[in-house]
Design a protein around this ligand. Structure first.
Ligand code: UDP
Ligand code: MG
Length: 319
């Protein structure tokens, strides 16, 4: 029997945490009683620098029951870093880890199937949403555009899979070899290789509380995802440069012809437009290049991705 660690990043989740803890505890106890996982299995909450009572609640839970464990980051580092912190802690303690969000949007009933797949020798099992019917139109639209864009840019990610997945110990160890600071786990995990499979589930609405991913964070997440994994934007600039170069040859011919026809003064509008257009294109291009340089800047500094302030993980049952 394997030891399972559930890894749940939490940022200001005081409203939902107790419900989540209860549901997950029931699930894990059920799995333990069915002998699908062993008694050392745990639910680990990673407090990502919450400003509310989240950490207090996690501490209370760990006191009540050893099935809960808590990890406290020294400050808010964002969903991906919090998740990584939890997974990296869990990898030394568990045989398999399942990551999911604190709001129970993912269906915990597919955990059984994930474990079964793992028992068949599969290292990574992706939880994939079968539909997005319960999402708002806006979230659905932005999310789907994101996946399409990623595909266009040749980034290998699993369609409609968020961070609900099972990973084996060895895949976690492989993941720990990736030192990048611009973390985008959904892009990294498929890079690990290993045997993988998918389980499908219906994603629910957030149980309580509000989304911690406002539009600004969502856009920056999508942008990070693209620029961390694809250099295609750089190549696109080159393509754009060529197109403009070819365009400018036509304009050159046009200008000369117009000059000989003696109508040069009329060209004012055209020159104004050209200056502005090329100026715009150049600025966008420099911006995109700058984005990658910024990424390199962050990577070369090799700052730690998270700092753990406190761990609560009681091993032996008290009685
Ligand atoms: N989260 C986190 N740090 C952050 C933002 C979010 O750990 O800075 C956690 C959050 O508590 C939740 C998960 O990441 O468990 C996903 O967030 P949320 O459910 O708000 O995102 P959505 O489902 O709306 O995309
Ligand atoms: Mg959510």
């Amino acid at each position: 029997m394997k030891t399972l660690y559930m890894v749940i990043p939490c940022y200001n989740e005081e409203e939902v945490l107790k419900d989540t803890a209860k549901e997950l505890k029931n699930k894990l106890e059920d799995l333990i009683s069915k002998k699908k996982i062993n008694k050392k299995s745990k639910i680990m909450f990673v407090n990502d620098g919450s400003k509310d009572r989240t950490w207090d609640i996690i501490c209370e839970l760990t006191k009540e029951d050893n099935i809960f464990a808590g990890l406290k980051l020294s400050r808010n580092r964002g969903h991906q870093n919090a998740l990584l912190a939890g997974l990296m802690y869990a990898k030394d303690k568990c045989d398999i880890a399942i990551s999911m969000d604190a709001d129970l949007q993912d269906d915990i009933n597919v955990i059984d199937e994930m474990i079964e797949q793992n028992n068949l020798g599969i290292d990574i099992v992706y939880g994939v949403r079968s539909s997005r019917k319960k999402d708002s139109f806006f979230k659905r639209f932005t999310a789907q555009s994101f996946y399409k864009l990623m595909k266009l840019l040749d980034v290998d990610i699993v369609y409609n899979h968020a961070d609900f997945r099972l990973m084996s110990k060895r895949s976690l160890e492989a993941l720990s070899e990736f030192k990048e600071v611009n973390l985008f786990l959904r892009g990294l995990v498929p890079l690990l290789g290993f045997k993988s499979s998918k389980v499908y589930y219906e994603r629910n609405k957030r149980l309580k509380g509000v989304s911690k991913y406002p539009l600004k964070k969502m856009l920056s997440f999508a942008f990070d995802g693209i620029t961390s994994f694809s250099v295609k934007p750089l190549r696109m600039i080159l393509g754009l440069g060529f197109i403009i170069l070819i365009g400018s040859i036509f304009i050159m011919i046009y200008s000369i012809v117009v000059k000989f026809l003696g109508q040069t003064v009329d060209g004012w509008t055209f020159i104004m437009l050209s200056i502005w257009f090329i100026g715009g294109v150049q600025m966008v291009s420099i911006g995109v290049i700058g984005e990658y340089i910024g990424k390199m800047y962050n990577e070369t500094k090799q700052r730690p991705r998270y700092i753990i302030e406190e761990v609560v993980d009681n091993n032996e049952k008290d009685n």
